[in-house]
Write a protein that binds this ligand. Structure first.
Ligand code: HH2
Length: 272
């Protein structure tokens, strides 16, 4: 899944793709580089209370839609590849689905009931990502006793909530929410034990690309987001080895090559 952020303030690529024509070109480039699907986001969700200070500002649905819809419409006309829209707002999801989006990626796992209604009406896939608390403060006062077990239980509860909207279990993709209300060590534990979440029986998505835990866990804790590819690939390797269905990444060409070679080596092992 190639990330296309149509925002002025995303933590790693904010402001790069504000011009709709450039954004469309970048989306098509990500597909040419090997992405199987795109994730369009028009509101940054970087959490507050930690490394990102007060975090991202909430964007009104009108503004989010105005950033999103021209790019979505142009990409829809240019490609049949699946297009995901990263939004937590039912109003934006409804408009995006009407404009041809194929799936909705909700980092708040149905905080807006109208998003549940929109997905149920469309019958499309929905990514339910784990997070705790409000985006503005979620990096403060983090407390888990058993991060893997608690994230798994809370994702199971989110899946049950989705079914309450009439969303079928087979529409759901689950995501542990790396960086959302977790310490850097807890992020590492979730990646290491992703297979515990696959026990819920749904495909898994991992979004670790360029996140701050990558720098924190490395010998270069000051590495800026554009210098975190190596560590991001380590997370992709752990995701792939535990059967994750989707990795959400900024660096598509490098990740596609990494996975091609990883799989070729794995196949070689199977034949030997
Ligand atoms: N992470 C981000 C945004 N959306 N969606 C899912 N399902 N999983 C994630 O881990 C995830 C996500 C944050 O990354 P990014 O979009 O690069 O930054 P920002 O939120 O600042 O736009």
């Amino acid at each position: 899944m190639g990330i296309l952020n149509l925002t002025p303030d995303s933590f790693s690529d904010g402001g790069l793709w504000l011009d709709p024509a450039r954004a469309v070109d970048h989306g098509l480039r990500l597909l040419a580089e090997g992405a199987d699907l795109l994730d369009l986001g028009a509101e940054s969700t970087r959490p507050g209370g930690g490394v990102y200070g007060e975090g991202a500002h909430t964007v009104p649905p009108e503004e989010e839609s105005a950033r999103l819809l021209p790019v979505l419409a142009a990409l829809r006309a240019a490609t049949d590849a699946p297009i995901s829209v990263d939004t937590r707002k039912g109003e934006v999801a409804t408009r995006a689905l009407a404009a041809g989006a194929d799936l909705i990626n909700d980092v708040t796992a149905l905080s807006d009931p109208r998003l549940g209604d929109a997905v149920a009406a469309a019958g499309c896939p929905l990514v339910l990502m784990h997070s705790r608390g409000e985006l503005a403060t979620m990096q403060r006062g983090i407390h888990f006793q058993d991060v893997v077990g608690e994230v798994r239980a809370e994702l199971a509860a989110a899946a049950a909530r989705a079914e309450g909207f009439g969303i079928a279990a087979d529409q759901l993709v689950l995501d542990p929410g790396i960086g959302f209300g977790k310490t850097w060590e807890q992020n590492l534990a979730l990646i290491r034990h992703l297979d515990a979440i696959s026990g819920l029986g749904r495909p898994l998505l991992l979004g670790a690309s360029r996140k701050s835990f990558v720098a924190r866990a490395s010998t270069r804790p000051d590495a800026t987001p554009d210098r975190r590819l190596g560590g991001s690939l380590a997370a992709v390797a752990w995701a792939a080895s535990q059967g994750a269905a989707i990795v959400r990444v900024h660096d598509v060409a490098e990740t596609a090559q990494f996975l091609d070679v990883w799989q070729a080596i794995a196949r070689q092992g199977a034949d030997a």
